[in-house]
Design a protein around this ligand. Structure first.
Ligand SMILES: NC(=O)C1=CN([C@@H]2O[C@H](COP(=O)(O)OP(=O)(O)OC[C@H]3O[C@@H](n4cnc5c(N)ncnc54)[C@H](O)[C@@H]3O)[C@@H](O)[C@H]2O)C=CC1
Ligand SMILES: N[C@@H](CC=O)C(=O)O
Ligand code: NA
Length: 815
């Protein structure tokens, strides 16, 4: 036989009950011989408890009773044909009349004993089970309503009675044997005492009924039908990527539930555990889904970690005392005291020096625990052998659970790496001696982030979700968004990486969406539902959201975002930037940013600072890290100037060619930055610094390509005017080059710690002669590349290649 137990949500609506009957039908057809256990309709038990309290206070309960009646009658009218409704409605009416009498009695006496409360609550299961059994009768004429009080015997501990297992098993077996061929619908949760008074079985009572009956009749399985897809790897309301576990051991189910998973309440399952009857958790509203099987050897399944659970609100008490804590007998006294006072200790850690004990309890118990300790250890406190117990609030427990953990090295390493990388401070650690769980205490404000980060670390179904906050939506920013949108599916399918833009801002407006901004319509959304831009708020909001794998992307050319970099790193958020300002300002700033990122274990990627998407920063870093030494660097690193010299060879004037370069997206937002050499200077400075030289911007010898009047131009408009006026000057330059069969090249050099940039005329023998378009070229002469330098060459400006470089940096964050 198989036990099918349906919870309140399954019997709480017409659709639910239809699904219940369908499941029972399928079970019958497949020859399983089901026995059905039912809870009260969802919400009814709470409502009954509330009405009982109201009645005891002399307040009105009639309206509430009508609501209960109404819910049941509605279901009868929809599920049972009219001609069969009368006897069902009559019986239910009898139940409700009894209930009304009881509540009236409570009201008259102004007294609600646990015994009367149990009796009142029992009507929840009685009504739902009777109703469902009658609806079932329409299809299965052998259906029989069974009042659980007939089958389960308890003591008289009302409100949570203790079951007389042996007697109950006898009653159950006898009843089942006396009713062969009947389809039994048994009320969950309720039982009776030896004096035949109605009792209830406490929390998870209907599951308990199912386990007791299952154990008595040696059921082949107990199916717990609820409204979720079994037990999940984590709370799906917090961890969107949580998924259902196919199989678990009893111990794992216990541990997971102890730390918060509410699908079943394992103590109620003990009778089934003892007989090794599998428990299957299934979803009434998703019947095709296999659910979770909890069985004796379920821990052997592949995953070392089965789930991550948590207790969101916990308090911690610290006890410190060199003269006391750690002495034999101290912990014994402490924890006996707490046990005697029914204070549940969630976890305990003791420092290795044994001078302190930290234990976690429920916040409601914290003050009481403190004063109990103070009186128990009064003498020790007076003698300063122990300092006053300190309470810490605002904490949570996170636990990873799995039976295979003890055979798998590195589990705690993985846990702490995930927490550390995301800047989550661990307040205390406990590993159960069984090694079925490792628990950490962290700040409550970090819980959601920690659950997600740890989930990502252990369940690498999806490698990572990057949560991106992007400033700058111009040429590069908007191209990046398009590229991410186009590549989203590929990254998800092939690299298990998901990129979500959670916040974006330009200098006018900003927009947030915790679920990720739809990149197909970001512009419209920013315009219609964005708010006025404010970088302070943008950064603060990013920090408050406290998301794992968080990245700040700077696609501006402004120094404003740079001011936040250090704070951002301190919040364990990585930065990807194509903005060169941070790395090319004062050396001390460059150094501080690098150090801060490193200390906080986050990434600072700026490949596009030099040569746009070309791999230059990365190549230099690899050379340096592998112990090579830079002897000389020669480079053309201005895409704009490269483009200009490569195209200033026909009829177009110099000033027209500059304008075309700007239109093609090669120039800085302010093209004077390119033509004055500032942009090139920044790149050379960044390279020199990455090569180990402590240089300031003014250390770079910068040769000009512009006449003085152009350099002095006060605005972009004026600059173009001056360029136009200097047409003759540039034509002369061009003519000179052509006469000598040379080309104009603006070349940067780094040698012996000196950086210079100068305009040169080079002939066909020079390696930089043959360039086209916006090409950059860089040649590294190093100890290892001494005979022939390592050369990188290709387009070094433009929105597509730059955005692609930012994109590549982004997907490498946390890699
Ligand atoms: N064009 C290229 O080939 C390359 C460009 N870069 C760098 O890319 C960066 C962006 O260049 P473009 O996209 O061409 O510039 P752009 O002028 O088209 O866009 C800049 C964006 O930054 C926003 N912005 C400016 N100040 C802001 C602030 N305080 N807060 C929020 N947003 C702000 C603007 O509203 C605009 O959306 C520059 O730093 C440039 O050096 C780097 C390598 C190559
Ligand atoms: N404006 C820059 C773009 C790349 O950094 C250039 O022209 O090189
Ligand atoms: Na680059």
């Amino acid at each position: 036989m198989k036990i099918l137990k349906f919870g309140g949500t399954s019997v709480g609506s017409v659709d639910g009950i239809r699904a219940v009957l369908e499941i029972v039908g399928k079970s019958k057809t497949s020859g399983e011989r089901p026995l059905v256990v039912l809870s009260a309709m969802s919400g009814i038990t709470n409502l009954l408890a509330y009405l009982a309290e109201e009645a005891a206070e002399g307040r009105d309960f009639v309206q509430g009773l009508q609501e209960i009646e109404g819910r049941h009658f509605t279901v009868v009218k929809q599920l049972i044909p009219v001609k069969c409704q009368n006897p069902v409605l009559t019986k239910l009416k009898i139940f409700f009349n009894e209930l009304e009498d009881l509540l009236q009695g409570v009201c008259s006496l102004r007294e609600l004993s646990l015994q009367s409360r149990d009796l009142i609550l029992s009507y929840g299961e009685r009504c739902s089970t009777f109703l469902v059994s009658k609806a079932a009768e329409q299809q299965f004429s052998e259906s029989l309503f069974v009042d659980g009080t007939q089958l389960i015997r308890t003591d008289s501990h009302f409100g949570g009675a203790h079951v007389n297992q042996a007697l109950s098993e006898q009653l159950i077996r006898a009843f089942v044997a006396a009713n062969p061929g009947r389809l039994l619908f048994v009320t969950g949760f309720i039982a009776s005492s030896e004096q035949e008074r109605v009792t209830t079985l406490g929390r998870g009572g209907s599951d308990y009924t199912a386990a007791i009956i299952g154990s008595a009749i040696d059921a082949e399985a107990i199916e717990i039908w609820t409204d979720v897809d079994g037990m999940l790897t984590a709370d799906p309301r917090i961890v969107k990527k949580a998924f259902s576990l196919p199989i678990l051991s009893y111990t794992e189910a216990m541990e997971l539930s102890y730390f918060g998973a509410k699908v079943i309440y394992p103590p109620t399952m003990v009778p089934a555990f003892l007989k090794e009857i599998p428990i299957v958790i299934r979803n009434t509203f998703n019947q095709d889904f296999v659910g979770t099987t909890i069985q004796h050897d379920g821990g052997k399944a592949a995953l070392p970690i089965k789930g991550i659970s948590s207790i969101p609100t916990i308090s911690v008490i610290n006890l410190v005392g060199s003269g006391m804590v750690g002495r034999a007998g101290f912990s014994g006294r402490l924890f006996t005291l707490l046990a005697r006072e029914q204070i549940n200790v969630v976890l305990i850690t003791q420092s290795s020096s044994e001078h302190s004990i930290t234990f976690a309890i429920h916040p409601a118990d914290a003050l009481r625990a403190k004063s109990l300790i103070e009186s128990e250890f009064e003498l020790e406190l007076k003698a300063n052998k122990l300092s006053n117990p300190e309470i810490e609030n605002g904490l949570s427990v996170l636990a990873i659970v799995g039976e295979n953990m003890k055979q798998t090295p590195g589990m705690s390493g993985r846990l702490f790496h995930a927490l550390g990388r995301n800047g989550i401070n661990v307040r205390a650690i406990a590993q159960g001696s069984s090694e079925y769980n490792i628990s950490v205490i962290i700040a409550q404000t970090d819980l959601a982030k920690a659950l997600n980060a740890v989930h990502d670390a252990f369940f690498a179904q999806l490698n990572k979700t990057l949560h991106v906050f992007n400033v700058g939506t111009g040429n590069i920013g908007s191209t990046l968004f398009r590229q991410i949108q186009e590549q989203y599916g590929f990254l998800l399918d092939n690299n298990d990486i998901e990129i979500k833009i959670i916040g974006l801002s330009n200098s006018r407006r900003m927009l947030f969406n915790a679920d990720g901004i739809d990149l197909a319509t970001w512009e419209v959304q920013l315009h219609e539902s964005g708010e006025p831009a404010d970088l302070d708020t943008f950064v603060a909001r990013m920090m408050q959201m406290n998301l794992p794998n968080c990245v700040f992307v700077d696609n501006t050319a402004s120094e404003q975002p740079v001011r936040y970099y250090e704070t951002i790193f301190r919040s364990n958020i990585s930065i990807v930037t194509c903005n060169k300002i941070a790395n090319s300002g004062k050396y001390s700033q460059y150094q501080t940013l690098k150090d801060t990122a490193r200390r906080h274990g986050v990434d600072f990627f700026y490949e596009t600072n030099v040569g746009a998407g070309l791999p230059i920063v990365r190549v230099l870093r690899d050379l340096m890290m592998s112990g090579d030494r830079i002897i000389r660097v020669e480079a053309i690193l201005s895409g704009t100037i490269s483009y200009i010299f490569n195209n200033f060879n026909g009829t177009a004037s110099f000033h027209d060619v500059v304008q075309t370069a700007q239109r093609l997206g090669y120039t800085e937002p302010d093209p004077r930055d390119d033509l004055k050499g500032t942009d090139f200077m920044r790149k050379m400075l960044i390279l020199a610094r990455d090569a180990g030289y402590k240089l300031e911007p003014e250390d770079v010898q910068l040769g000009a390509i512009l006449p003085e009047a152009c350099i002095q131009a006060a605005s972009v408009g004026e600059f173009y005017d001056e360029l136009k006026a200097a047409d003759a000057y540039f034509d002369d330059l061009k003519a000179k080059a052509q006469r000598e069969n040379k080309v104009l090249r603006y070349i940067g050099k780094l040698e012996a710690g000196q950086v210079s940039i100068a305009l040169e005329l080079v002939d066909a023998n020079h390696p930089f002669f043959a360039l086209s378009g916006s090409d950059n070229i860089i040649s590294f002469t190093t100890e290892r590349y001494k005979e022939r330098p390592l050369v990188v060459k290709g387009p070094g400006a433009g929105a597509e290649v730059t955005a692609a470089g930012v994109f590549a940096d982004l997907v490498n964050v946390g890699a």
